[in-house]
Design a protein around this ligand. Sequence first.
Ligand SMILES: *Cc1c(COP(=O)(O)O)cnc(C)c1O
Length: 372
Amino acid sequence: MNLCDFAPEYIRSIQPYQPGKPISELAREMGLDEAHIVKLASNENPLGTSPLALDAIINTLHDIALYPDGSGYELKAALSKRYQLDPEQIILGNGSNDVLDLAARVFLKPGATAVYSQHAFAVYPLVVKMIGANGISVPARDYGHDLPAMLDAITPETRIVFIASPNNPTGTLSSENELLRFMERVSRDVLVVMDEAYYEYLPEANKPDSISWLKQFSNLLLTRTFSKAYGLAGVRVGFGLTHPDVANLMNRVRQPFNVSSIGLVGALAALHDAEFVQRSYALNRVGMLQLTDGFRRMSIECIPSYGNFISFRVKGDPSNTLTVYQNLLQQGIIVRPLGIYEMPNHLRVTIGLEAQNKRFLEALELALSELN
Ligand SMILES: *Cc1c(COP(=O)(O)O)cnc(C)c1O
C-alpha cells in the first residue's frame, strides 16, 4: 500500500472538474498570439468588470498585508439592505461554489444522498462525492429539470436537492410556478439549494420572486454570484440567502477568511453599479439573438437559453463534435465540450462581444464545412 491508497475510495473515484481552457494554455499549445484568441468557454462577462468595482479593488491593494474582515460585515449589510433580509440570513463564499460546498459539508455524510438533475452543473456531484455521500441524478426532460421526478427521487436519506435555474450548461429555466410547487411539496427536512448564478440575465418577467419564499420555507438556500453579470469571476465572491439557523451552521464550517479583502470591496462596489449590470444584461440579449440567428442560418440545433451562454448540437457522431471543438481551437476560439455532462454532441459557447460572436460564427461555419 502506498499513502494515496489510504485516501477513501470515494475521494479516489472523483473525476476532477474540467475548467474552460485558459487563453495562455491555448497560445502555448498552438503557438497562437494571445491577443488573437477569443475565450467563450467559462461564461465570463465580455464587458470585463464593473468600473466601480475595479476602482475599489485598486484602492484596497495597499492594504493586502492585512487579513480581510472575516465576517464580511459591510458586504452583508449592503446585501441585507438590497434584499430586505437579516444579515444573519446571509452566508458569503469564495465564489458561490464555496457556498454549495458548505451546504454539502453541513448536511451530508457518508450514506446520505443528494438529488440533482441530469445535465446539471458539474459542481453538485463534486461536492456530494467529496463527503462520501451519494448523488441521485434524475433524467432531464427536454434538457431541463423534471421537478416532479426529482421530488419522487427523494428518499429518507436525502438531505439536499440542487436546482439550477437557469441551469448551466443547458440554459433551461424552471418557471416560478413549478419552483413554488416544488417547495410546497418537498419535506422541510430536505435542504433545497436553488442556484441562481444567472439571475441577473433573466428578463424581469422571468425572475422568480424567490427571495420572498425564504419567509415561508426554512429549508431553502438561494445562491447567487458576483462572477457572471457583475464581472468578478477572478476574485471569487458568491453568497447564499437562507434561514438564520442554516446560515449559522454553514458559518461554522467555512474557512474563517473565505472571502478575500479584494473580493469584499469589489463585490460591495459592484453591487451598487446597476448601470454595469444593466449593460451586461442588454449586451447579452443582443448577443444571444446574434448567435441564435447564426445557428438558424446554418441549420444548427440549439437549446433555448436563459443564461449568458448557449449550447448547440453538432450533427452526426460525437466524434464530429470533438473535431469541430478542435478546429475552433486551431482558429483561436475556445468553447466548451459537454461530454462530462452526458451531452457528447453539444458544445457550449458564452455570449461575447458582437465582434467575438461574429468571429465564432464564421469559425464555426468553416469548421462545419471542413467536416464533410
Ligand atoms: C458559474 C456558475 C456558478 C458560479 O460559480 P462561482 O463559484 O460563483 O464563480 C454557480 N452555479 C452555476 C450553475 C454556474 O454556472
